[in-house]
Write a protein that binds this ligand. Structure first.
Ligand code: HAM
Length: 417
């Protein structure tokens, strides 16, 4: 029997209902903050990711689903969406004015990752990006949106770590110090890290292998090499976060796995996911738009792992939001017709009604209703039709009562939500 491809899964039932609830909270929250949705294709030319996320990053180097299409184009299934959003914004001339542009997206991403807890090869992200403002006020405003969204989703037990990775101009001195450090300790690092030391030493700080993390003890930290403007940006952001009462801790080792960051970089961890799996990450990327062929427009944003978020909301809130519709069970031919008419009427009035269309015994129909988690069964037989009533059974409480058919909508609206 064919199975879903390793690392991918089908979404249905309670998990999907959590996804849908999170998505609806997100759409409302984004609208309130002036963010506009964008849906970009899953396929992009591979260069979009090579020139943004970076050729030396694990994401591009090892984890991308890329192939040559039938027309000979080298394409990739997006491993993240900041690069695609920037590509689209350049293509559609969003940056022709100096107005800030706020965009958000929800969609699946693909990374061929080693399988472990909370890691999938097709996973979902919610992301938000603000373009056009270089000042730390944009970082703080975008983080306010993030924490407002997390609050509305009922999440707590979160910790925000921030760092500044400086401007590209401040990197050479830092790289030199890092290389001098690695010269003495290179043999203690894994093969991948030894390659990273040559290609992009910043990536070594991001290695998850415990022996590499141990070998990093006492390494030079990027914050000691910051240029003056980046230092001032970072100080102002911290001041704003304090004023907004968004708690954070500074983590000078935080560099992130993507190459496009400048100045602010951050991650949010949840104690329920453990230190290896961040709930979300993001930062500033002032050179990216230009790097992808657009004007010199700064940017800042983040992406949350929706799969991880759905797991956390489920653990916090228990049952998924929304109730099961009522099951309308007709007994006999005459009732079957009447039930169809009533179901259509009640649905028009906004009620969620599912109709039992099989001709089966009441006992069997009630067994189905219980098994499928319905809260209400509404039973319609000849005597109910003659009296203009319907029998309502609350399946959780085991209570039964007769109500007039023309009072059914009022009854359902008070019990369905
Ligand atoms: P990222 O840190 O690579 O950043 O991914 C963001 C989040 O996506 C992670 O914190 C995690 O929750 C989730 N995620 C990543 N990989 C997986 C996976 N294999 N399985 C499940 N969840 C995963 C970015 O993608 C940047 N584009 C964020 C950004 C937006 N920076 C600026 N703007």
């Amino acid at each position: 029997m064919a199975q879903a491809v390793k690392g991918t899964r089908d979404l249905f039932g309670a998990e999907l209902r959590w996804f849908q609830w999170i998505e609806s909270v997100t759409h409302r929250c984004m609208a309130r903050h002036g963010y506009e949705e964008i849906r970009t294709p899953i396929l992009e030319e591979i260069e979009v990711f090579k020139r943004s996320v970076g050729e030396s990053s694990d994401i591009v180097n090892k984890e991308m689903y890329d192939f040559i299409d039938k027309g000979g184009r080298h394409v990739a299934m997006r491993p993240e969406n900041t690069a695609g959003v920037v590509r689209a914004a350049i293509q559609h001339r969003f940056f022709d004015t100096s107005d800030p542009r706020r965009l958000y997206y929800i969609g699946p991403m693909f990374r061929y990752e080693r399988m472990q807890a909370w890691r999938y090869r097709q996973f979902w992200q919610i992301g938000a990006e603000i373009f056009g403002v270089a000042a730390p006020e944009a970082d703080a405003e975008n983080l306010t949106l993030l924490f407002e969204l997390l609050r509305e989703l009922g999440l707590s037990k979160l910790s925000l770590s921030i760092n500044s990775v400086g401007a590209p101009e401040s990197r050479p001195a830092f790289y030199q110090a890092l290389r001098a450090f690695f010269d003495k300790s290179e043999s203690q690092f894994c093969g991948d890290c030894r390659r990273r030391i040559l290609e992009n030493p910043l990536r070594v700080l991001d290695c998850k292998i415990p022996s590499c993390q141990a070998a990093l003890e006492g390494h030079p930290v990027i914050t000691d090499f910051l240029d003056e403007a980046s230092r001032a940006h970072h100080a102002r952001l911290k001041e704003l976060l304090n004023a907004l009462e968004i708690p954070f801790e500074e983590n000078p080792r935080l560099v992130r796995g993507l190459d496009y960051y400048t100045r602010t970089a951050f991650e949010v961890l949840s104690s329920d996911l453990g230190a290896q799996s961040a709930l979300l990450g993001g930062g500033r990327y002032d050179g990216l738009v230009k790097q992808l062929g657009g004007p010199d427009v700064p940017g800042f944003g983040w992406a949350i792992g929706l799969d991880r978020l759905a797991m956390l909301t489920q653990a916090i809130h228990g049952l998924p939001p929304g109730k099961k519709p009522a099951l309308l069970i007709p007994m006999g031919q005459r009732a079957a017709l009447k039930a169809m008419v009533l179901a259509r009427e009640w649905r028009k009035a906004g009620m969620d009604i599912q109709l039992e269309t099989r001709s089966i015994t009441l006992k069997k129909a009630l067994q189905t209703a219980n098994r499928r988690g319905f809260q209400l069964a509404m039973i319609l037989g000849d005597s109910e039709i003659d009296q203009g009533i319907i029998t309502v059974k609350d399946l959780n409480k085991g209570l039964q009562e007769a109500i007039p058919q023309d009072g059914a909508v009022a009854y359902l609206s008070s019990s369905q939500y």
